[in-house]
Design a protein around this ligand. Sequence first.
Ligand code: ZN
Length: 211
Amino acid sequence: MTPYEKLLLENKAWAKEKTHEDPEFFNRLSAIQTPDFLWIGCSDSRVPADKITGTQPGEIFVHRNIANMVVHTDVNLLSVLDYAVNYLMVKHVIVCGHYGCGGIKAAMSNQDFKPVLNMWLRNIKDVYHIYQKELNDIKDEESRTDRLVELNVIEQVTHLAQTSIIQRAWKTKNGPYLHGWVYGLKDGILKPVLEMPPGSMIDPLYVYEDL
Ligand SMILES: [Zn+2]
């Protein structure tokens, strides 16, 4: 059996088990999805949103990219955010990074990863640039990487608050809450590093007044 055939076989077993546990499971899910959470996480295969939070299909709306970035020109991310906030009415948006992130490590190196990856990693280098004083003082490389992982999550949550999508929702719906978490690959624990309730203060430069 090839590896991909194993996936298809596992899927059959999973569907059978779910139906056995709850005969209405798929009927219910196929009719409607009402997740309370939008998860913006890293594409890393070791950080599956549902597994590490013990949630079921239908409970978390997910967007993943390299190093869980919120880039203001990323139409993919912004479409997911718009849909989650304005149509699914999620109550919480979680940006989740993880210690030992390969994307963060790559951005801290001086290696040329060629145009497309260089473009993406540039967004992380810009975060390093903001905090370079604090980061350069951390001599241990692993600790410095892990601190950038935390700072990057904080920065990406801030980027969310800077979008008109979130600011309009805060004004009209008093939601969603924004959260920044970091997942530990070594212990499986999620560590909150930032929480921004609706109406949190943001840099006046990014405030839209005529929403
Ligand atoms: Zn990662």
